[in-house]
Design a protein. Structure first.
Length: 460
């Protein structure tokens, strides 16, 4: 089965970024010694890193989407911050589940239901391991980061935030980590306070933190990696400061969980939210990590089957955590696909992914700096694997449309960061966001295509 799937991978016929394609197993990296390393993979990186990054290229063949041509050009998929592509390991896990085990969980006594339930709970245990949570009961399956944050706002927030209290956010938050708190604040009479961003260099103004992280602030919710600036925030330090002051923390790990090892105990957060679909998992999957004692004290947020222990005509009692927060039939296939994604990313090596994605982020920043008239957002060094930029006289959407003709998939717009954009005096940017299956060669081609596109706009 392994080799037949790779045979059908169109990437295996391209032979362009990837010089030699043999019969690769479901995880191509397992046969890395058999495959040629592309010289361009780590251009500009120290030799040892270049070699290790080149090994990452082998994993490209695990992603059937990547081998195609778009508008007559090889696809360069640089929209990974929106969602990542899915490897065969994930696709096959879902197919296997629907082909062999499909049944509802936690309710049946028959064989298929038992298998589905075991697989669903095994995925939860694997998620706990992936984030180094203390136990599987600290993991709630959600649809997304957005749903995980809404869960905390509506359950923990309604129980713990009241009139006169404040919620501290940062100016670089995604709408998903602003709007749920706005709704909560309006309902209970609380207010929002923002830790400022320094400017186009996109750093948190930490000199303001001591003044802002004080009563009546009850919660400090912040992003690990900014999806527009590429800034990596010092989450463990921020959590430690909040903890000393008795303030609850929520980390939005949407952009970090698939790109680096995440250890919730080391970070020291109370809650952490992330999206499965941004880490090679299926769409419609996400996780909420919550410290056990907090989850246990929280009321349910959605009601229905599975989240109860007993129901009477007028009263009900709740299931134990985390089931108390999972009403109705869950996304069983999604959890099983996510389990495969966790296994896959650990085989690829999350530390290496982090180094690689940061390398491409810095490489893109450096190459873009040479393009005339460009403005680049976020820090030059120590950035994550994404870069946002703009031109005064070319609209981001127009540029993204022209780049698509070259087969380069980018994103243009406000990236759900409208308040940040307004603060910076801009409306939209073009964003290129990278993953371990992208290469330095692709970054170079992206720059060439960008220059060609700009010529079209200038009429040259
Ligand atoms: C920083 C950040 N937070 C939250 C989200 C929301 O993720 P989802 O759409 O999976 O809920 C995103 C999505 O791009 C993001 O980048």
């Amino acid at each position: 089965m392994h080799s037949s799937t790779s045979h059908h991978n169109p990437a295996s016929r391209r032979g362009e970024d990837c010089q030699t394609w043999l019969d690769l197993p479901e995880t191509a990296g397992e046969s890395r010694n058999q495959v040629h390393l592309s010289k361009a993979a780590g251009a500009g990186a120290p030799a040892e890193l270049a070699h290790r990054f080149a090994a990452l290229e082998l994993f490209r063949s695990d992603f059937p989407v990547l081998g195609q041509a778009v508008n007559g050009n090889p696809l360069i998929y640089f929209d990974n911050a929106a969602t990542t592509q899915k490897p065969f390991a994930v696709i096959h896990a879902i197919e296997r589940y629907y082909s062999k085990d499909n049944a509802n969980v936690h309710r049946g006594i028959h064989e298929l239901s038992n298998r589905a339930s075991a697989a669903y709970e095994a995925a939860r245990a694997r998620a706990a391991q992936f984030l180094n949570a203390g136990s599987a009961s600290e993991i709630v399956f959600t649809r997304s980061t957005t749903e995980a944050i809404n869960l905390v706002a509506q359950s923990w927030g309604m129980a713990n935030i009241g009139a006169g209290d404040a919620i501290l956010l940062t100016e670089m938050e995604h709408h998903s980590n602003i709007v749920p708190w706005q709704l909560l604040a309006k309902r209970v009479g609380a207010r929002l306070v923002y830790l400022p961003v320094t400017g186009m260099d996109g750093l948190l103004d930490l000199s303001r933190l001591d003044d802002l992280l004080v009563p009546p602030v009850k919660l400090f919710a912040f992003t690990h990696i900014s999806n527009t600036l590429g800034t990596i925030n010092p989450v463990a330090d921020l959590c430690a400061k909040a903890r000393k002051r008795g303030i609850t923390t929520l980390v939005d790990a949407a952009q970090s969980a698939g790109h680096m090892p995440i250890d919730v105990q080391e970070i020291g957060c109370d809650f952490l939210a992330c999206s499965g679909h941004k880490l090679c998992g299926p769409t419609g999957t996400g996780l909420l990590y919550g410290r056990q004692e907090l989850l246990e004290a929280m009321p349910p947020w959605q009601a229905g089957g599975d989240m109860i222990s007993s129901v009477d005509f007028f009263e009900s009692s709740w299931n134990i955590v985390p089931h108390k927060f999972e009403a109705g039939t869950p996304h069983i296939a999604g959890a099983i696909g996510l389990h495969a994604a966790f296994d896959y990313l650990d085989r690829v090596n999350r530390t290496l992914i982090f180094e690689h994605d940061r390398f491409l982020g810095e490489l893109a920043y450096e190459r873009l700096s040479g393009v005339s008239g460009i403005k680049i957002l976020g820090p030059q060094k120590g950035r994550a694997g994404l870069v946002s930029f703009l031109f005064d006289d070319v609209h981001a959407h127009d540029l993204v449309t022209i780049m698509d003709r070259f087969g380069v998939a980018l994103r243009g717009g406000h990236h759900c960061n409208q308040p940040l954009m307004r603060k910076l005096g801009i409306i939209s940017t073009v964003r290129a966001s990278f993953y371990f299956y992208n290469t330095a060669t692709e970054v170079e081609r992206f720059i060439d295509c960008l220059k060609e596109s700009l010529k079209i706009f200038s009429g040259a």
